[in-house]
Write a protein that binds this ligand. Structure first.
Ligand SMILES: NC(=O)c1ccc[n+]([C@@H]2O[C@H](COP(=O)([O-])OP(=O)(O)OC[C@H]3O[C@@H](n4cnc5c(N)ncnc54)[C@H](OP(=O)(O)O)[C@@H]3O)[C@@H](O)[C@H]2O)c1
Length: 275
């Protein structure tokens, strides 16, 4: 039985830091919507939470497909009676030198790590806005690379690291842009680098030796989700537990506008601010 009467959707909570945050919040009485691609892992996470007296359900969706992002939003709208927090956490790491494409033909890391969260957020915003206050948390990274607007899909000079870092900075530009749009409204939006090289699947696949724990990164995400000190605070970037500065491109209004226009175009949604 959820005692907090609060519901959270955490994308990519079948593994890594997302799963840790899901388990921690469920233990505190949050209703948790677990998300990932892998049904076996997802159902196991939800079942374990339920077994321990918490409340959880699992929704499967491959964020490499915008149609599946839409189905995920529909399922969240249908299956839960409200949403207090959305954490856009799902992601793929830096490994692999071969450029890959999403189902919709976009560069894969841009699509999964950034564009899927952009669309999911737009689709769930009305649901978040029914709450007295709600939060969006975008799990980005300290690994940031300015977006080259002449080649966003990285057809030239591709590397997995470049693709990952571009997608992570895109999340930050999106966070700042959305915070400005929602200013004075009920929903706050912040982003963070959780911790450096946590011991997760993503880091292990990249061949890097982990130097942080999932608990460290998890604590940083939990702070943005639930800390009372952040009530009403929006448009912030944190590195771990501390407020920090992101790459200069995130503070460039023109770059944020360009990414906004491109993103609405790519997902086929009308920009509510466009006249
Ligand atoms: N690990 C670090 O040190 C570190 C540092 C900075 C930032 N971050 C960020 O933290 C977030 C979580 O990373 P992590 O280290 O916990 O990674 P992880 O253990 O590899 O977990 C990634 C999660 O994302 C999901 N996911 C991946 N591709 C997906 C897709 N196409 N559709 C739907 N879900 C997908 C996975 O679900 P399934 O596999 O079940 O589909 C899994 O639940 C990421 O955004 C990452 O960029 C991590």
């Amino acid at each position: 039985m959820a005692v907090m009467d609060k519901t959270i959707l955490i994308t990519g909570s079948t593994d890594g830091v997302g799963r840790y945050v899901a388990q921690r919040l469920a233990a505190k009485g949050w209703r948790v919507i677990v998300h990932g691609r892998d049904r076996t892992r997802g159902q196991a996470v939800a079942a374990q939470i339920t077994k321990q007296g918490g409340e959880a359900c699992f929704l499967a969706a491959d964020l490499a497909s915008l149609a599946e992002v839409r189905s995920l939003a529909d399922a969240a709208l249908r299956d839960s009676d409200g949403l207090d927090v959305l954490v856009n956490n799902a992601g793929i790491g830096t490994s692999g030198q071969r450029r890959e494409l999403s189902t919709d033909g976009f560069e894969l890391r841009f699509a999964v790590n950034y564009l899927a969260g952009f669309l999911l957020t737009r689709l769930l915003l009305p649901m978040l806005e029914t709450r007295k206050s709600a939060r969006i948390v975008n799990v980005s990274s300290a690994g940031q690379q300015p977006i080259d607007f002449s080649d966003v899909m990285l057809t030239r000079g591709y590397s997995g690291v470049r693709a990952y870092c571009q997608s992570k900075l895109a999340q930050i530009l999106f966070t700042f842009d959305l915070a400005t749009e929602l200013s004075g409204r009920k929903v706050t939006v912040n982003c963070l680098h959780p911790a450096t090289y946590m011991d997760t699947t993503m880091v292990r696949l990249s061949g890097v030796k982990p130097i942080s724990t999932v608990e460290q990164g998890g604590a940083a995400i939990l702070q943005l989700v639930e800390s009372p000190t952040l009530a009403g605070r929006t448009g912030l970037y944190f590195s771990g537990m501390q407020e920090a500065r992101a790459d200069p491109q995130a503070y460039n209004e023109r770059a944020r506008r360009r990414l906004r226009t491109l993103s609405f175009d790519l997902v086929g949604v009308a920009d509510p601010l466009a006249a």
